[in-house]
Every structure is written in C-alpha cells, then in structure tokens.
Design a protein around this ligand. Structure first.
Ligand SMILES: Nc1nc(=O)c2c([nH]1)NC[C@@H]1CN(c3ccc(C(=O)N[C@@H](CCC(=O)O)C(=O)O)cc3)C=[N+]21
Length: 284
C-alpha cells in the first residue's frame, strides 16, 4: 500500500484563489486588507520566509507593509514599530518574524501587539480566546492541518489524534482546535517525557509529528491507513528532513509531503487570518 498525498501546495493554491475573491469583495466595499511584517536582523532564512509572505499577499490582492530593523535594534526600537503598526489603520494584521535576534526579549514584544491584529494567532489573548471558545485569529499551522485534512475528506470527528511535540506554534495549540465540538477529535499530546511513544503512535488514526526530530515516526509505529502529518523541519546538506521516516508512506493511508505539505498551508492560513480580520472589522 502507498499512502495518498495530503497535497498542501495544491490545497493552498485553491484556498488562495478563494481568498482572492473575498479580498475583491472587500475592496468593492472600500476595504483593502493589509498584512504587516516586522523583520529584525539579517538572518537569510527569516528574510526568505518574510519575502514569501509578501509574495503570497500580492497573489491574493492583500497590501504589504514591510518593516525592517537592523540586528543592532534595541528592545525599545522593536516595541516602537509594534506601536506604530497597532495605530496604522492600513494594517489589518501583522506578524513579528521569530526568532528575534539574541538580546531581544520576544514575549514583551508579542504582548504589546493589538490582539485584534494578531495574524499568527499566537498572541496570549488569541490563545486565551481559543481556550475559551471566543472567535478570533487561530494559530496558522494547526488551522492549516485541520483544513488540509478536511479538504481531503479525512475523518476528524471521533478520530484518535496523537500529537508529538509541545511547542507553542503547533503541539501545544493544536489540541485546543481539534477538541472543539466542530472537530470533535480525541487528542493525546506526546513529548520528550513520554515513556512509550510507539505505544501511543500505534493507536493513532491521525499523527501530527511536530517535534523537530528527523525521522522520529517510524513505519513500525504507524497503524495501517493512518493519516500522518509531517510538520518537522530539520536540515541536512541544505535539504529539509521531516519528523516522518520515508518508509511510513508504505503503511499510512495519507501522508503530507515535506516540503509541499503543512508549510504552504501555514502560509495560506496567515492570509486567511488577515482576510477574516478585515471581514470582522467591515462587519461582513
Ligand atoms: N511570527 C512567525 N510566524 C511564522 O509563521 C513563522 C515564524 N515567525 N518564524 C519561522 C516559522 C517558519 N514558518 C514557515 C512557513 C512556511 C514554510 C513553507 O512554506 N515551507 C515550504 C518549503 C520551504 C523550503 O524549501 O525551505 C514547504 O513546506 O513546502 C516554512 C516555514 C513560519 N514561521
């Protein structure tokens, strides 16, 4: 058996064309959504990601607001840019590209953001709203995973989901999404303190591998027909190595390629958060 592909690239393209239509409808009402990015320092990887976000915006008609600061920027400099974007009416939402350079403290920066302009869905208020069931921006990678499964008709309702990794961007937050009544899954969160990871994985209908450990999920630990989402990004000789061993494709029913799976979906959901914020503000 060879797993079917959870094609993030194609799905993200479909979502982007839907978003382009919603942006056009907003523009017809006189509203142009705008995404801001704050890039501090000159890490080439971070710059590459930020450029990608602006390219995505251009594709769907969202305006771009780029703010760049040198690696020598002070905490105060970064916080002033955040204050500026909070006050800028052309900025519907924005992200502060993480990680910030050494010496800068990211939490006070993130807490200073206007939660209604949080494009990542990772502001403490956004995570609090998610826990409380209040509408607001949702974390992009978890949302992208749910959307990727939905659009391939993978059953989430009643599924046993095992998440590996307790990072904020994925592991910690995805259970809050998947256990809502609208998704209705049962979620187990595994991490480095889990005694028998294999025992959990072998029971899973859906595996979300977000530990950042190359090839952590092995074929012998995957139930036949399971859906496997590879979120991990490690690099070896310039190439992406995911958290899922290639042999898993012979056992799983569904597998997300990496690259080409969850990454493009994360980017599409960032755009989705901007469009939804603009629609909320316009009363659509
Ligand atoms: N405030 C903030 N928000 C973020 O969302 C954020 C961040 N900081 N810091 C860095 C990480 C990383 N991230 C990625 C998004 C898409 C791909 C993506 O589309 N990857 C391509 C492959 C890219 C390649 O080949 O290197 C793919 O999976 O097909 C990757 C990584 C968002 N991040």
């Amino acid at each position: 058996m060879t797993a079917q592909i959870l094609d993030g690239k194609a799905t993200a393209a479909a979502i982007k064309s839907e978003l382009a239509a919603r942006v056009a409808a907003l523009k017809a009402k006189g509203v142009t959504p705008g995404l801001g990015t704050v890039l501090v320092g000159d890490d080439p990887g971070s710059r590459w990601y930020v450029n990608g976000k602006h390219k995505d915006c251009a594709e769907v008609g969202i305006a771009s607001i780029q703010r760049e600061l040198p690696a020598t920027a002070t905490q105060e400099d970064v916080e002033n840019v955040v204050r500026e974007l909070n006050a800028d009416p052309s900025c519907t939402g924005y992200i502060v590209q993480l990680p910030l350079p050494k010496g800068l403290d990211q939490n006070p920066v993130l807490e200073l953001m206007d939660p209604d302009k949080d494009a990542d869905g990772l502001h403490p208020t956004s995570l609090g709203r998610l826990a409380l069931g209040i509408e607001g921006p949702l974390p992009c990678t978890p949302l992208g995973i749910v959307e990727l499964l939905r659009r391939h008709d993978v059953e989430i309702d009643g599924a046993e989901v095992v998440v590996v990794g307790r990072g904020i961007t994925v592991g910690r937050s995805i259970g809050l999404l998947l256990t809502r009544r609208s998704e209705n899954a049962t979620v187990t969160l595994c991490h480095t303190g889990t005694r028998d990871l294999g025992a959990h994985l072998r029971k899973a209908d859906i595996i979300v591998a977000a530990a950042g450990v190359p090839h952590l999920v092995k074929p012998e630990d995957v139930k036949a027909g399971a859906a496997v989402l590879d979120v991990g990004v490690s690099r070896s000789e310039g190439k992406i190595v995911g958290d899922v061993h290639p042999g898993v494709a012979e056992v799983a029913g569904w597998i997300s390629p990496n690259p080409g799976g969850v990454g493009p979906m994360t980017r599409a959901m960032l755009l989705n958060n901007i469009v939804e914020a603009a629609e909320r503000r316009a009363g659509v």
